[in-house]
Write a protein that binds this ligand. Sequence first.
Ligand SMILES: [Fe+2]
Length: 314
Amino acid sequence: MDVKNSDPIFTDWSDQHTALWGHQPLRLQHRLHTMPLFSRESLAQLIDTYPRDQYSLIHMGGRGGRRFWREGDTGGLPGEAVIDAISKGRMWLNLRNVLKVDKRFADVADAVFEEMAQRLPGFSTRHRSAGILISSPGAQVYYHADLPGQHLWQLIGRKRVYVYPNSPPFLTERQLEDIALFEIEVDLPYEPWYDEHARVLDLEPGQMLSWPLNAPHRVENLDCLNVSMTVSFTNEEIHRLQNLNLANGLLRHRLGIAPKSRSISGPSYWSKAVLQKALRNSRWVKRERNARRVVDFRLDGANPGEIIDAQAAA
Ligand SMILES: [Fe+2]
C-alpha cells in the first residue's frame, strides 16, 4: 500500500517544528489526503461494514447548543448515502477506534508515529487510538479539553480551529480532575472573550494540527462537508497525569479532601495510582458518570440529510 512507500507523511517538517512541537499549536503539511485509503469512496466502504458499537451518529438539531443533540443510527444505509446525508444535514459521524477496526489505518498510524519518533527526540507512545470524523457543513465541536495527546488531520473540506492556553482561566486543575473523573470534557465553561487569547488556525486537506497537552479547543466547519482523523495517544507522562487527575478528582469529590500535590513521581503519586485503580470502576464512579446513550433516530434514505424518529419508525 502507498503508506509503505518511503515518502515522508509529514511533507514540510523543519527543525523549527521540532523545537515548537508540544509547546505551541502547530499546523503542518501531510499527504494522507492523497492516499486512496482516505478517499470518499474508500471511506464509504468503511462505513458499509463499520461495527455498530464502534460508531456514533449525532444530530445537532435545528439550533445551536448541545441540548438539542440526539444520537442515532445509519439505518443500514450504504456508506455513500450516509456521507451524502451528512453533507446535506446537521450531523456528524464518528467512526471510533479505527486503528482496531481496520488494520490499514493502524499501518498508517504506525508510519506517522515512527516519523514523529525520528523527528522528536525521546518521543514514544504507550497507547494510540484514532477516529474518523465525518461532519456536516457548519458543524461545530464545542470548547473542550482532552486528557490524551491529540492531533487533528484534515482530509476533506475546511475547518477553523481555535486553540486556547492550557492554563487558568481557560483550564484549571480542578477541571482536569473533573474530566478524568466524570468524563465530561465538553462541560468546560467558555466565554466569547476567550477567543482573544486563542490561536485561530484554518485547516484544509493536507494539513494537520498539534497543540500543547490538554489545550482547550473548539472547531467550526466552514460551509462544506468535512472529513478529519483525530489521533490520540498517551506516553508514560500523559498516562501518569491521567492517573493523577483521576485520583485527585476522587480525593476531592468522593473523600472530601482537597488534593495538595500534582507530582507524577514519588510516594504521593504512587499512593494515588493505587487509589484510582481501586476506585475507578466503582459503582459510585459509574453512577456519577451516568453516561446515557439513547439511540432515537435513524437516517431517512429517501430524503438525504433528514432523520426519522426511531420510535416513529419502529
Ligand atoms: Fe478534542
